[in-house]
Write a protein that binds this ligand. Sequence first.
Ligand code: C2G
Length: 134
Amino acid sequence: MKKVITYGTFDLLHWGHVHLLERAKSLGDYLIVAISTDEFNRIKHKEAYHSYEHRKYILEAIKYVDEVIPETNWEQKKTDVEKYGIDTFVMGDDWKGQFDFLKDQCEVIYLPRTEGISTSQIKNDLNITEDSKN
Ligand code: C2G
C-alpha cells in the first residue's frame, strides 16, 4: 500500500484545498493529512477561523482523506515519514524546495497551487481582517 502525507492548516476548506487533496490521493492508496493545531498556527503566524477539532472534522469527511493527524511543530515531518511508513510527501508548490531534506526518506512532490482561490481571499472578500496569508 502506497502511503502519501501532506501538511497544512486547511482553514475555510475550499476547492483549491480539495484539488490538492484529490491529486495527493491519486499518487498512492492512502492519504494522511497532518493539520496544524491552533497552537502551531500561532507559531506559523496564522489564525484559523475554524478550531483544530472542526478543521479535523471537516477534513475527515473528504473522500480523498484516509487519516488526519495533528501537526504541532516544524520538526515532525522526518519522524512522521518513518512512523507512518510514508512513500510520498506532497505539498503545494508555494513550498517548493522547502522540504527537499525529506528526499532521502521518501518521494517529495510539489503540486501547482490552484489559482483563483485562497483562504485569505475568502476572508478579504467577506471583509474578515487577518494578519497573515493562507
Ligand atoms: N493550496 C493549493 N491551492 C490553493 C490553496 C492552498 O494547492 N489555492 C495547498 C497549499 O499549497 C498547501 C495546502 O493546500 O499544500 C494547504 O494550504 P494551507 O492550509 O494554506 O497550508 P499552509 O498554511 O501553507 O501549511 O508544514 C507545512 C504547513 O503546515 C503548510
